[in-house]
Design a protein around this ligand. Structure first.
Ligand SMILES: Nc1nc2c(c(=O)[nH]1)N[C@H]1C(S)=C(S)[C@@H](COP(=O)(O)O)O[C@H]1N2
Ligand SMILES: [Mo]
Length: 263
């Protein structure tokens, strides 16, 4: 890492401090106390301050950011409490109209044909049968009013209904000890989540929005709705679900967004 020393902090060997900080943080990850560990959570600014250096060129800043992001994934995965529920709201607080967002405009929303649609389920699952939409609708449904938070600076409250994702994973005989569940979407979007979040009681394979069939712009035929994760982790237009131990990444995650993406 090329680091420019700050003249105001003489006597500090930046690279050595950085290396030492990294070593301490790595060992802390393995320690049992999550609370103690949280106090040592790190930001890039903190890293630069700690080292008495300014991160000077873009490539090295990128590398440092990627390292901090991977580190934060581990912290977030570690402190995620599978029993803790995200807030829910009364229906009177639903945001109307609910905002649309995608990496393209609303005129390019994919149209999926209900009759020919089959959900693909692959990877570490016992039953790789494809699912018709009405078969999913025949499973027990729940609904919830929760807040969707987008990193682009808006949030909105909506009501989604569908199959608890944990029921679906159990039904297809998924390996619940696998690390990841990945999603491929009709618009080429893709993302993946950790298994503890997949099994969280508020994670639903959503088939409806506000009591009606999920409209095209909000993700027909189905989206994964997780109030414990930021907007970009909630895939719309899901076509394929796979269970894997190989890190699948994601559309925004591969461009630098934090993979865990907790909200
Ligand atoms: N298939 C697909 N899913 C996606 C996206 C997308 O572009 N394509 N965008 C994500 C982002 S960044 C957000 S904020 C939400 C927006 O969901 P909404 O249109 O229901 O508000 O969808 C997420 N899921
Ligand atoms: Mo978003």
């Amino acid at each position: 890492m090329s680091l420019r020393k700050r003249p105001s902090l003489p006597g500090l060997d930046g690279p050595a401090v950085l290396k030492e900080a990294g070593r301490i943080l790595e060992t802390r990850v393995e320690q049992p106390s999550r609370r103690a560990f949280l106090r040592n959570s790190l930001t890039l600014g903190g890293l630069a301050m700690l080292s008495g250096c300014s991160l000077s060129d873009d490539e090295h800043v990128e590398k440092a950011l990627a390292a901090v992001s991977r580190f934060n994934d581990r912290v977030q995965g570690w402190i995620f409490d599978p029993g803790k529920l995200a807030p829910t709201y009364p229906e009177s607080m639903i945001t109307r109209p609910f905002p649309f967002n995608a990496y393209y405009g609303i005129d390019e929303v994919p149209s999926v044909d209900e009759e020919s649609f089959r959900l693909e389920v692959t990877g570490l699952v016992a039953d790789k049968r494809r699912w018709r939409l009405d078969e999913l609708r025949a499973m027990a449904q729940i609904d919830q009013v929760t807040r969707h938070i987008c990193v682009e600076g808006w949030s909105a409250i909506g009501k989604w209904g569908g199959v608890p994702f944990s029921s679906f994973l159990k039904r297809v005989g998924a390996d619940l000890d696998a690390r990841y569940v990945g999603f491929k979407c009709a618009d080429d979007y893709y993302t993946s989540i950790d298994m503890p979040t997949a099994l969280h009681p508020q994670t639903i394979l959503a088939l409806s929005y506000d009591g009606q069939t999920l409209p095209p712009e909000y993700g027909f035929p189905m989206k994964l709705r997780m109030p414990t994760k930021l907007g970009y982790k909630n895939p719309k237009h899901i076509q394929a679900i796979f269970v894997t131990n190989t890190y699948p990444g994601g559309y925004w995650e591969d461009q630098g967004y934090n993979w865990f993406g907790g909200s």
